[in-house]
Design a protein around this ligand. Structure first.
Ligand code: SF4
Length: 697
């Protein structure tokens, strides 16, 4: 007898083999975008092509986005936990498939036959509700026979998601849209943060299930194995917490120990505290690997850990009810540890320098007063601390190790309006891109104004980290934003380097009255950090931006607004970009990456750390600039605010179209309004053009 799953695989294999013989094998196309909103736009475009209806499509999403079963927060911590507990067959007998989720039982009712030729997530969920069939599992089943699979791009890049969704990219065509952040995404995927609390929670859950009786002895074996490993990790944290030197283990060769660690500050308790965090970095990754080896959680033990973690996670995915009490958080932790340690130890630890290990002690204080940013002595600090936690960060510095796993695909296409600057993409990703296309912008030259604001009549103003501390710079910025809002109809976006600067400016402008003036001119909004608040803010912005008063939206580089949101027509007639958004040099990952690049500049053909930093700054800047003028009939202005744009070094990595339109259009506060090439002249011209165009239509 052949089970239905085996039969399916047999038919699939035959289909593939047959198509190879007749030379007509069609690769599956995987199309990854950043968010479901972007996938929705792509599906809309797909609908307009002649392929729509000729090929089958599906889209993958998380249970959070597509589960239609009622979610009881008092019972389950996540939808994943609820689902895994629900989909286990509950009755043996004629109808073996019955589970605690009727939508799962009816999942096959969602299939290519009943779906429209092109559908987005909302359509999928709506049809799932109509048919009382699970959209999550229905879409996954459709992926097996689909020609095009749309999904968030991390499903394609992250090996653990690929494995849990059974995505095999061998021979496939992989398209990654909005790929300007691909280097960072790859590094993030391979990086892991492990807190002691996570380890302790996982131990508690595993201790509970270790009491169960399992028909299969292997299960007990791998649960015991995992418990041993996690207890060793917990002990390692304890040792470090008390005294980091102890964590270096019991070297028999004291001389070697001294030589290896003599230049390191031994205690994390002695690290300076910045923003409630003390960070301890191992100078050499080899020293960190030694500590793991000496605590029996290192290279030698990794193979056993991997086997146990994989078996456990497979059971958690496929038969979760036998592990009742184990949450998704434990599964995710084990998978993340397995992946990061696997990369760290690969090929006998030859490439361990691709990672920077760091210990971060997070603290919460007894009073509401935070510790000073720098220079906290241990005595003051210890008095203040009420709660502390320890996180091990394994920061991946080489995107190539994740990208390499995608190379079984037939072809990989990276697409973005702002891949520029391209110079380091192939070496960072360790992937060659024989075909590169960099077309011109579709917008006619006379519909775009790009200029700089270098300062005012009294001189240049620079908005680097030191420059923004000057009261003159902050006042001048306020005046410039006010002027742009006066000159520009409807929507204005203003991008700032950080939330802290935004908060500081608002506070100051409220005192000077400038904030009130801005609010009289425009409806003013600020980007919010949380997803829910952000959605609310954006709804309010979109509702008011089309009114005669219009709207001004403050946002930060690399935030939700600057990355991939569409502001067309009236939604953004002007974009103000303040400063050059270099990444934070005090960030452990950023400084480690710069050192890594400097070390491997020749061997891996990388940019220097300084140049890499510059490339990151311009990717973020180009993203923000690209929020307006979104289609051929659109128009808008971009104002780059910083005196550094006077130098070619600071315009070199701007997008090709921005550089072309910018030319030498440099301004002062005064000339923005008075020069024939100024912003005021452009806005007046476009007002006339708009009136003429509205008469024609
Ligand atoms: S099977 Fe589908 S509908 Fe049922 S709980 Fe899981 S995700 Fe939700």
């Amino acid at each position: 007898m052949v089970g239905s799953r085996n039969l399916y695989e047999l038919v699939e294999n035959l289909r593939v083999c047959t198509s190879i013989f007749v030379g007509s094998s069609l690769p599956t196309i995987y199309y990854g975008a950043r968010t479901h909103t972007q996938i929705k736009q792509v599906v809309k475009e797909f609908k307009r092509t002649s392929y729509c209806g000729m090929v089958k499509m599906t889209l993958l999403s998380s249970r959070d986005k597509s589960c239609i079963k009622e979610f009881d927060r008092s019972v389950w911590s996540t939808r994943n936990d609820m689902c895994r507990a629900c989909v286990k067959p509950i009755r043996k007998g004629p109808n073996k498939e019955n589970t605690n989720c009727k939508f799962y039982d009816n999942r096959t009712a969602l299939n290519h036959g009943c779906m429209p030729a092109a559908f987005d997530l909302e359509d999928l969920v709506e049809i799932g509700r109509e048919k009382e069939a699970c959209p999550y599992y229905g879409a996954r089943a459709m992926a097996k026979t689909a020609h095009i699979v749309f999904c968030p791009y991390n499903y394609l890049i992250d090996p653990s998601i690929r494995s849990s969704l059974s995505i095999d990219l061998t021979g496939a065509v992989v398209i990654i849209d909005e790929a300007h952040n691909i280097e960072g995404i790859c590094r993030d995927v391979a990086s892991v943060d492990i807190t002691q609390l996570q380890i302790q929670n996982a131990i508690k859950e595993l201790e509970t299930v270790s009491q169960y009786r399992f028909a299969n002895q292997d299960v007990e074996y791998y649960i015991d194995g995992l418990l041993n490993t996690l207890n060793s990790w917990n002990y390692w944290y304890e040792t470090i917490f008390n005294n980091l030197r102890g964590a270096f283990g019991t070297f028999t060769n004291i001389k070697l120990q001294k030589a290896r660690f003599q230049n390191q500050t031994p205690l994390i308790n002695q690290q300076p505290v910045n923003n409630n965090e003390a960070v301890y970095k191992w100078q050499q990754t080899a020293d960190f690997v030694d500590t793991l080896n000496n605590h029996n959680i290192g290279y030698v033990q990794y193979a056993d850990f991997k086997r146990n973690a994989e078996s456990f996670c497979r059971r958690l995915r496929e038969d979760a009810s036998t592990l009742y009490g184990v949450t998704q958080a434990t599964g995710t932790l084990l998978e993340a540890m397995d992946m990061a340690l696997g990369f760290l130890f690969r090929e006998h630890c030859q490439y361990m320098d691709d990672f920077k290990p760091a210990l971060v002690k997070h603290v919460a204080g007894r009073t509401s007063a935070p510790p000073a940013n720098t220079g906290w002595r241990a005595s003051q600090f210890n008095d203040w601390v009420s709660k502390e936690s320890l996180t091990l960060s394994l920061i991946c510095l080489n995107s190539g190790i994740v990208m390499r796993a995608l190379q079984s695909a037939r072809c990989i296409a990276l697409a973005s309006g702002t891949l520029t600057p391209l110079i380091s993409l192939h070496s960072e990703l360790e992937t060659s891109f024989p075909h590169r296309v960099s077309p011109n912008h579709v917008i006619p030259e006379d519909r775009v104004w790009i200029g700089t604001l270098l300062g005012d009549a009294t001189g240049d103003i620079c908005y680097n980290a030191t420059g923004v501390n000057s009261p003159r710079a902050r006042q001048a910025l306020g005046a410039a934003i006010l002027r742009v809002c006066r000159l520009t109809p409807h929507g204005v976006l203003c991008f700032l380097p950080s939330y802290s600067l935004l908060d500081r400016l608002i506070k100051e402008w409220q005192e000077t009255g400038l904030w009130h003036e801005l609010n009289q001119l425009k409806n003013v909004f600020c980007e919010r950090r949380s997803d829910r608040d952000h959605e609310e803010t954006m709804n309010d912005f979109y509702q008011t931006v089309g009114t005669p008063k219009g709207a001004l939206l403050f946002a930060v580089y690399r935030g939700k607004v600057s990355e991939g949101m569409d502001f067309k027509d009236q939604q953004a007639r002007a974009v103000i970009c303040v400063g050059v958004p270099y990444p934070n040099l005090f960030d452990t990952g950023v400084s480690a990456k710069m050192q890594y690049n400097d070390k491997y500049i020749k061997e891996k053909n990388l940019l220097t750390g300084k140049e890499w930093l510059r490339v990151q700054a311009y990717r973020a800047l180009n993203q923000a600039v690209g929020r307006c003028v979104r289609h051929r009939g659109d128009w808008g202005a971009v104002l780059l605010v910083d005196s550094r744009y006077r130098q070619e070094y600071y315009t070199e990595h701007l997008s090709k179209w921005v550089k072309r339109f910018l030319g030498n259009n440099h301004h002062t506060y005064e000339s923005l309004a008075t020069s024939p090439n100024g912003l005021a002249a452009f806005m007046q011209k476009m007002k006339i053009v708009e009136e003429e165009e509205s008469l024609k239509t």
